[in-house]
Design a protein around this ligand. Structure first.
Ligand SMILES: Nc1ncnc2c1ncn2[C@@H]1O[C@H](COP(=O)(O)OP(=O)(O)O)[C@@H](O)[C@H]1O
Ligand SMILES: N[C@@H](CC(=O)OP(=O)(O)O)C(=O)O
Length: 593
């Protein structure tokens, strides 16, 4: 008999009627011949209410007590759900994270799962019970209650599905599935039939999105088939299947995401030498700040400019840490901008198609939206924009890629065998030992690219569009793009292209730069790109630090950096590539999967 895990989010258990409706769904699934594990979140906005209560007592609640408090929300829901199922005539048992044996580390409020025992759940399931698990919580080695971070019930659900080797993990929420963008913000957003793990990971970055990032990391690592569905719908059709494949092979862009509350920090006149990035990001890691877009551009006159974004709520802690580093380095000027948002386009298809970035930049330029920074990964392009223009930017980009329309080559729907990874049971048991540990899939050295940099780009809409339209017109494939705006309001835009295209790209861009009153265009006919990629790159904040540390110890200077959910790319001198690769392989030897 197969196991189905069904997760009901806060909005799907917000009142007694909804709890009863969820209970009926689980009973129906059981009656269809499955064993059912439900994972339930706190009712409605109860977790917010608890956070608010703590705030009325203290502005600095101890993290351990915060977990003790927040875990109560889920305890209410699981008990009520068990009562609902019993009332409807079936057998149910509710269990807290600790009772199940969800072991985590001791980092309160953002704990990571280390192991889950299945014994107790299996016994109850075999006795004919529906098991109702409290989402978002676990227990550390000293029996302290821990929580997994806001939105963490998705992670509980996918993790339980992984250890139980469930047939499916169904995520019931208040929308019909995963949409091309948040349907509450953009009315034209369209529900996707399927979406790949990598795409949704990029779409869900920094907490923006329908799923908790770490749940997708689990789904990918352990091959759990995930279906996102609407809890209010009576049909059994899965809303969106999250698996290996994208909805369409042809489309360059599958979805668009907005991270609304970001802040931008810029360090100017930073000594352009090995070790600087390491110092800065180690410091930020030590105060637990997750860094989002990192932009370091090629330095001039021995000085570089490093910029990055963090969630706005982390700005005070970040500035404090950055000012200490700036003082230690000497002569570094720190500026920041609080009211910014990040708009990202995501799609597996863009890795192999030219002319994607320029369409995004043109759509923004046509709405007179200024781009403050750009970073890219293989399947994502992010642009930082003023927050008051963020909604307009999101709609413009969604429209530009016609995401409201069904793709012509829509993939066959819901065929499970095409979405599951099917790892061997031995492999799963092996990997479950430390469930949420960082796994590096690979470290690569790309020696096929060269770099072009346009300096002193005026801070006004449309220039990035002009530059990349000109490059796309020659059908040159652009890989990394990095743009950051400095304290003088002028930006540097760097991008990489195949070596054989560097001179053509440089020439084209020189003429655009002259027309647009930019500064000099420089290029490097050969560079080395080092990439570390794998599962949990962003959520394990130490990856960047480890990388910068290893390169700095090998005396290798980092010229350009760009990072995403699954990858950190750095550009180094062409002749430093092999040494850099060796240094990184040694630094990550313990986590290469
Ligand atoms: N691309 C997207 N597709 C679907 N929903 C999205 C997307 N991006 C953001 N969302 C938002 O995610 C919400 C569901 O997540 P959440 O509020 O955490 O639900 P739950 O309480 O069920 O866990 C939706 O109501 C929607 O506004
Ligand atoms: N109740 C927790 C955990 C959770 O995942 O909730 P939801 O499934 O409603 O996003 C929170 O609000 O963060």
């Amino acid at each position: 008999m197969g196991i189905i895990v069904q997760k009901f989010g806060g909005t799907s258990v917000a009142d007694a009627d909804k709890i009863l409706a969820a209970a009926r769904k689980a009973i129906r699934t059981q009656q269809q011949g499955h064993q059912v594990v439900m994972v339930v979140s706190a009712m409605g906005k109860n977790t917010d209410v608890l956070v608010d209560l703590a705030g009325q007592i203290t502005s600095n609640p101890p993290a351990r007590e915060m977990d003790m408090l927040l875990s109560t929300g889920e305890q209410v829901s699981v008990a009520l759900m068990a009562m609902a199922i019993t009332e409807l005539g079936s057998k149910a048992v509710s269990l807290t994270g600790g009772q199940i044996g969800i072991k985590t580390d001791n980092s309160h409020t953002k704990a990571r799962i280390q192991s889950i025992s299945t014994e107790r759940m299996r016994k109850h399931l075999d006795d004919g019970h529906i098991v109702i698990a409290a989402g978002f919580q676990g227990i550390d080695d000293d029996f302290n209650i821990t929580t997994l971070g806001r939105g963490g019930s998705d992670t509980t659900a996918v993790a339980l599905a992984a250890v139980l080797q469930a047939d499916a993990c169904e995520i019931y929420t208040d929308v019909d599935g995963v949409f091309t963008t948040d349907p509450r913000i953009v009315a034209e957003a369209r529900k996707m039939d399927r979406v790949s793990h990598d795409e949704i990971l990029e779409l869900a970055s920094m907490g923006a999105g329908v799923m908790h990032s770490r749940s997708i990391e689990f789904g990918k690592k352990f091959g759990v088939p995930i279906h996102v569905c609407n809890s209010a719908s009576f049909s059994d059709e899965p809303g969106t299947v999250i698996g290996l494949h994208s909805e369409s092979q042809d489309r360059p862009v599958s979805g668009v995401a907005l991270t609304k509350n970001e802040a931008w920090i810029s360090l100017a006149d930073v000594p352009d030498q090995p070790g600087t990035m390491d110092t800065l990001f180690s410091k930020l890691g030590s105060v637990n700040v997750a860094v989002d877009m990192i932009v370091q551009n090629v330095g001039e006159g021995g000085k570089a400019e490093i910029s990055f974004t963090v969630l706005e709520s982390d700005l005070p802690t970040t500035l404090k840490a950055v000012n200490i580093v700036a003082k230690d380095l000497g002569g570094v000027e720190v500026t920041h901008e609080a009211n910014v948002s990040k708009v990202s386009i995501v799609g597996l298809g863009m890795a192999t198609q030219t002319g994607v970035a320029d369409r995004m930049f043109r759509a923004l330029a046509d709405e007179a939206i200024n781009i403050l920074a750009i970073t890219t990964s293989q399947i994502k392009i992010s642009a930082l924009v003023p927050r008051d223009q963020a909604m307009k930017a999101l709609r413009a980009v969604h429209g530009e890629f016609e995401l409201e329309k069904q793709p012509g080559d829509r993939a066959a729907f819901g065929n499970k065998s095409t979405v599951t990874l099917q790892p061997s049971p031995v492999d799963v048991v092996d990997r479950l030992q430390r469930m949420e540990d960082l796994t590096i899939d690979d470290i690569q050295l790309d020696e096929t690219q060269g770099r072009v940099t346009v300096s002193q780009v005026p801070d006004k809409p449309g220039i990035a569009a002009e530059i990349f339209e000109a490059v796309a017109a020659e059908e040159i494939m652009v890989d990394m793009i990095v743009q950051g705006t400095g304290r003088d309001g002028l930006a540097n835009v760097s991008f990489t292209v195949p070596m054989e295209a560097v001179s053509t790209a440089t020439e084209i861009v020189r003429s655009v730069a002259a027309q647009m009153e930019c500064g000099p265009v420089t290029s490097d006919p050969k560079i080395a790109i080092l990439s570390v990629f794998g599962i949990g790159i962003r959520t394990h904040t130490g990856v960047g630090v480890r990388m910068f540390q290893a390169l700095s110890r090998a005396d290798i200077n980092v010229e350009i950096v760009s990072s995403s959910e699954m990858r950190v790319n750095v550009v180094v001198d062409a002749d430093k590539g092999p040494a850099g690769l060796q240094a990184l392989q040694a630094a990550f030897a313990d986590v290469i999967g």
